[in-house]
Design a protein around this ligand. Structure first.
Ligand code: ADP
Ligand code: MG
Length: 727
């Protein structure tokens, strides 16, 4: 690579938002230019320092403080050369999103002089005043200290003029206050358990990684319309709005050609991503109008999650530059599809052997079946916990709403893998997993196409897709750590248990392969009920799932109760991913967040109803009444009734909706006031779920009915048909 060319491109548009790509620049010229990656380390760190840091990344060894001094110095020089003036510890609090507090490199000293400094100590650890981050009671206010500690496995990067150092966030007493800490623990747990199992397959000491490829869905809305919708601005979704006559019925948006204005935004977004080393690969229209998806090439899970959070951050300012707002909420509009973030998860070895794909030999396939059956069992045993990991106020609008997976966790394996397991049960011997077979299209110049090992089933929350599992229940706005941590944890525990059982069989005299085969059969028999290949949206499935004993709970606050089950206690005790205190504090935060989100929504809705909608409704009503009086003045009494009947009826309808909407809005406010006094988070969030949410629904019905009656010219909010289409 020509370094001078690289430096020129980097200087030209490393820091500033990209307006235009310099002529002739390829992505490879600037890919990762805002990341302290190995290429940049080579330019700023000595070989010795680099060796220590690579070792620490690969083997999780703690970096020596003297090495971190060198790293800090090199990082600072690089960041300053790139125009950065500040640094921050970048972390992932339980609020969702990311947190940062900028400190300047400039350090005054002596009399009126200043020096740019950044030390190893500052790189490794900071103490943000963290008392206002949610902690579920972990930190009393008198001990509000929290610490951030550097995670060298995810490289530092620059956004704007700030050097961002990825960190974990922990309390004074060492408890996790963020998403990253448990994720790293879960990665270690599953890596250990899987690599121990791989010993049976002649892979002693294999370094197993968990991989993630996310698919980020989102909506775009014109900025001007967005700023006229208080609900979108304050809650991220529309709380009222009648469905557009045309929405997604024609399926004409999915994979359609991307509107030019959106394409310009996506190109710009991709450039921002490439500069940050986010390997985005795929972009396309989604099912709903104005809904899109961006997906990268999968990466090791910790990095993939940081990259997803970075994407979500850069998406917002990039959209603004194009006159859009990016909506990451799971359900911005009623009546059209919501947004998810499918998480494609797999295990593989660090040197590239995929472990979740059928192989070419019997031995590889046995390994594949052993791992897969344990994923099945893990999801079966922990289906309630898996749901608790992805359920939120905003995601609850998607799940079970005929467009996304139902709020019941099940696994789709596809006919080929299912039949492999079924045959295994029958024959008790190793089976062939159907080779990928080809379709001849009968058109000579078009080559045979390969058919995947799996069918596609879009209604399943957890589907095997050939070389990975696709967890589709994750919400678009979520930090996918929560989901991935849970998958890693439950799989880690299950793999350990499986290995113990196989070991016991071997100790009893069974030959290794026999022991594994028998244990696969036992495990599969025990968890077959988690497999479901039919239509997950159907009513029959809900009934069937209940019969099978799967968790069918849909109330968000009650879903979190799973965290207090004996199963959860055992799981965390066994894997050490969360301590009891950490787990309890997380549940507190989840309940608290649910209650707060609903409270904000209901207060915004009541405000919009009382201050925006009803005054307009009343005004239109008086226009109608005016008309009625004029008819009365202008026409003989005999004709009046028939001439004015339409207006009179409308006035009655409007009165009805006004009085109902007003009554409900006031009732919502009163309920919120009452619930604000409830101390226990769980009880409060149940109150919001059971009492406030249904009232919000009914208030909306009246407001939406008014939207259909009132003069379009007078309606104070942009309508769905205006917001949903970009031309
Ligand atoms: P879909 O057809 O499901 O929409 P996409 O191409 O949008 O597929 O996204 C699939 C995602 O799965 C990509 O991020 C891709 O890199 C990722 N992926 C592919 N193979 C694996 C694997 N073995 N492990 C984890 N993720 C994978
Ligand atoms: Mg996709």
């Amino acid at each position: 690579m020509d370094n001078s060319r690289f430096a020129a491109v980097e200087k030209a548009f490393g820091r500033e938002p990209v307006k235009a790509v310099p002529p002739g620049a390829n992505v490879s010229d600037y890919y990762g230019c805002n990341v302290f990656n190995r290429k940049n380390m080579r330019r700023y760190l000595s070989q010795e320092t680099r060796r220590s840091i690579y070792e620490s990344i690969e083997s999780g060894k703690t970096l020596d403080i003297s090495v971190s001094e060198h790293v800090a110095e090199g990082m600072k020089r690089w960041a300053m050369d790139m125009g950065a003036t500040h640094y921050t510890h970048w972390f992932q609090p339980l609020t969702g999103g990311t947190a940062e507090k900028h400190d300047s490199f400039a350090t005054p000293y002596g009399r009126g002089e200043s020096l740019e400094t950044f030390s190893g100590a500052l790189l490794c650890q900071q103490e943000p005043d963290a008392s206002s981050f949610p902690n579920g009671g972990l930190r009393n206010t008198f001990e509000a200290r929290g610490y951030t500690a550097w995670d060298p496995s995810s490289p530092a990067f620059i956004i704007g003029d700030v050097l961002c150092v990825p960190t974990v966030f922990i309390s004074y007493t060492g408890e996790a206050l963020d998403y990253k800490t448990p994720l790293l623990r879960s990665k270690a747990a599953v890596s250990k358990a899987a690599s121990e199992l791989l010993e049976y397959f002649g892979m002693r000491g294999a370094n197993v990684e968990s991989y993630l490829g996310w698919e980020q869905e989102f909506f775009l809305v014109d900025s001007a319309l967005f700023s006229q919708r208080p609900d979108l601005m304050l809650t991220g979704r529309t709380l009222v709005g009648h469905e557009s006559a045309k929405s997604q019925q024609l399926d004409d948006h999915y994979f359609g050609s991307i509107p030019q204005r959106v394409l310009e935004f996506l190109k710009d977004l991709e450039i921002e991503c490439y500069k940050l080393g986010i390997p985005v690969k795929t972009r396309h229209n989604e099912v709903a109008p104005n809904q899109f998806e961006v997906a990268p090439v999968y990466e090791e899970a910790n990095l993939a999650i940081d990259h997803n959070l970075m994407l979500m951050s850069v998406m917002k300012p990039t959209a603004k530059r194009h006159g859009f707002r990016a909506l990451l909420h799971e359900k911005p509009y009623k009546g059209v599809n919501g947004s998810g973030k499918h998480c494609n998860w797999s295990l593989g070895t660090g040197d590239g052997i995929p472990l979740m794909a059928p192989g070419k030999t019997d031995a590889e396939n046995l390994r594949f079946l052993a791992l897969t059956v344990n994923v099945l069992m893990a999801v079966y045993k922990n289906n309630s916990l898996l749901k608790a990991a992805i359920m939120t106020a905003s995601n609850s609008h998607r799940l079970g709403a005929d467009e996304a997976p139902p709020a019941i966790m099940s696994v789709f394996l596809g006919s080929q893998i299912t039949s492999a397991f079924e045959q295994l049960l029958e024959s008790k011997n190793m089976v062939k997993i159907g080779k990928r077979s080809g379709y001849s299209l009968g058109i000579p110049h078009i080559p045979e196409i390969l058919v995947d090992n799996t069918d596609r089933n879009r209604t399943s929350p957890f589907a095997f897709t050939g070389n990975r599992f696709e967890f589709r229940a994750v919400g678009s706005s979520a930090n996918c750590s929560s989901a991935i941590t849970m998958i890693n944890t439950i799989v880690a525990e299950q793999l350990k248990e499986f290995k113990m059982r196989v070991d016991a069989r071997i100790a009893d005299g069974a030959q290794t392969e026999r022991a594994i085969l028998d244990e696969i059969c036992m495990t599969y028999k025990g968890c077959r009920d988690i497999c479901f290949e039919g239509n997950g949206y159907s009513e029959e499935w809900k009934a069937e799932a209940a019969r099978r004993g799967l968790d069918c709970e849909t109330s968000v606050p009650l879903v979190y109760d799973a965290l207090f089950s004996p199963r959860a206690k055992e799981l965390y005790a066994d894997t050490g991913v969360l301590t009891e205190t950490e787990k309890e504090s997380r549940a507190e935060v989840l309940w608290e967040q649910y209650g707060r989100k609903i409270e904000i929504e209901s207060r915004v809705l009541s405000d919009m109803t009382l201050n925006h909608i009803l005054p307009v409704a009343t005004r239109y009503q008086s226009v109608l009444l005016d008309n009625v009086s004029k008819i009365k003045e202008s026409f003989p009494a005999a004709e009046f009734r028939s001439l004015a009947s339409n207006e009179v009826e409308l006035v009655r309808d409007i009165s009805y909706h006004i009085s109902e909407a007003r009554r409900m809005a006031k009732e919502m406010d009163a309920l919120c006031d009452r619930l604000a006094r409830v101390v226990e988070e769980r009880v409060r969030s149940i109150g919001f779920h059971d009492e406030v949410v249904p009232l919000m629904e009914s208030t909306r019905q009246h407001v939406d009915a008014l939207e259909m009656i009132i003069d379009d010219q007078m309606w104070p909010l942009p309508k769905y048909r205006e917001m949903l289409f970009i031309h």
